[in-house]
Ligand binder design. Structure first.
Ligand SMILES: Nc1nc2c(ncn2[C@@H]2O[C@H](COP(=O)(O)OP(=O)(O)OP(=O)(O)O)[C@@H](O)[C@H]2O)c(=O)[nH]1
Ligand SMILES: [Mg+2]
Length: 418
């Protein structure tokens, strides 16, 4: 099927949308993953530091639509529905590669780290085939061990956050103790640009039993522990074990799994090829499918035929998918406990004001409330919020009612848009 190229999210800077960052050392396939997921043309090349400025784009979350359950034929507006599978826009950012020493300015230095400050979760792309060294230079496949790459990237992130806090640590903590200031507030203010909240800091400090009344006593090790736990909490990540189509990857994928991280075998180049072939009507393929179908084999050139056969033999038959969509879905649904909610204006017909059936699907953070949904739809709806109606049960729900995955809701508001 064809996923349209037009942008369904126009306001990419809006914080209404969760953001997932695609990170990793140079030359592992981050931009290929990003391009496959967003169909945005971005520079891809087999040398390090191809990407310098971040690329932001729209990918899709794949989930079962509610149309079949509700017995309706839908007419989506902000998303797509393909035979009962909803594809909902989400935001992805592809950034420059990170090398050891980046936190001290090596490679492109802190630029990369700045670009993922706002990310809610990270997909760390790894060259599982071991055909790039620690700095992303080409080496014979299988000659580099990718296991260490994962911890290198995490450690650089930690060193950067540590440096941010350490810069004025002595002075700031002394002054807090003298004036009765709160260390949790200080840390939250320092890290607010990284989407770290007061509640996040409080949780980590409590968990580590750090002495809040005497921050001058914290050792560097304790501050580093704080940083590590804060990263894990606020930038949860998974590993996309990329270049899985290369034979040397198989063994490394198991070894990466041995590090107790969520690891998804990935073949970004294969996904890009399938998405482009689908766009040109050559194959039937919806992102996340386990198989693809060639429409008219006789119309393919020998090169196209060979490329598709390779994808089938080395990727689809081995891994049952390219892993790109799975990584995106897992980042949102597992790491961020995201839910999908369907707002409607008429809770009996499941339509919007233009009569479109199940027009919108929104991806929201787990734990979001009816009022959060109103805010997501429109700020005016939230200002005049009265109650919501559950389209399945007809029940009224209060502002603080927590939403469930696949809820279909009408927001009743005193504002004009209600
Ligand atoms: N075999 C194989 N090669 C891939 C795959 N994905 C990417 N590549 C190749 O890896 C090289 C690097 O790809 P990029 O997407 O530019 O990598 P990057 O991580 O964005 O690189 P920087 O921007 O330089 O950090 C290119 O030659 C890609 O064609 C894959 O799934 N399989
Ligand atoms: Mg790149």
């Amino acid at each position: 099927m064809r996923v349209p190229r037009e942008r369904v999210i126009t306001d990419l800077k809006s914080r209404r949308f969760m953001l997932v960052g695609v990170v990793g050392k140079p030359n592992v396939g981050k931009s290929t993953f990003f391009s496959a997921a967003t169909l945005k043309d971005v520079p891809i090349a087999d040398y390090p530091f191809t990407t310098i400025q971040p690329n932001v784009g729209v990918a899709y979350l794949r989930t079962k639509c509610v149309c079949k359950e509700m017995g309706v034929v839908d007419n989506p507006h902000n998303s797509l529905c393909v035979n009962g599978t909803r594809l909902i826009p989400v935001k992805l950012v592809d950034v420059a590669g990170l090398v050891e020493g980046a936190s001290k300015g090596k490679g492109l230095g802190n630029q990369f780290l700045d670009d993922i400050r706002q990310a809610d979760a990270l997909i760390q792309v790894v060259d599982a085939s071991g055909s790039t060294d620690l700095e992303g230079r080409k080496v014979p496949p299988g000659s580099h061990d990718p296991v260490g790459d994962v911890s290198m990237v995490e450690h650089e992130f930690d060193l950067w956050m540590f440096g941010l806090l350490k810069r004025d640590w002595e002075k700031a903590t002394r002054s807090l103790e003298q004036t009765g200031g709160k260390i949790v507030e200080h840390l939250a203010a320092k890290l607010s640009g990284l989407s770290v909240t007061f509640a996040d800091v409080e949780q980590v400090v409590l968990h580590l039993h750090l002495r809040t009344e005497k921050p001058t006593s914290w050792t560097d090790d304790q501050l580093m522990q704080f940083v590590v736990e804060t990263r894990k909490l606020t930038k949860p990540s998974l590993v996309a074990a990329n270049k899985a189509d290369l034979p040397s990857s198989i063994h490394n994928i198991d070894r990466l799994r041995g590090t107790n991280r969520e690891v998804i075998p990935c073949a970004s180049e294969a996904e890009l090829l399938l998405r482009r072939a689908a766009e040109h009507g050559l194959v039937d393929y919806t992102p996340g499918d386990e198989k693809f179908f060639v429409r008219e084999p006789h119309k393919l050139s020998p090169a196209q035929s060979n490329a598709l056969k390779m994808v089938d033999d080395r990727v689809m038959k081995v891994f049952h998918g390219t892993g790109v969509q799975e990584a995106i879905n897992k980042a949102f649904f597992d790491l961020l406990s995201a839910i999908v909610v369907f707002p409607v204006e008429d809770e009996t017909k499941l339509t919007d004001k233009d009569g479109r059936v199940l027009p919108d699907a929104f991806v929201m953070k787990g734990g979001s409330t009816c009022l959060d949904l109103a805010r997501t739809v429109h700020s005016e709806l939230a200002e005049g919020f009265l109650y919501a109606i559950d389209a399945r049960t007809g029940k009224r729900l209060a502002a603080d009612h927590r939403l469930s995955n696949r809820d279909i809701l009408k927001i009743v508001s005193s504002s004009k848009r209600g």
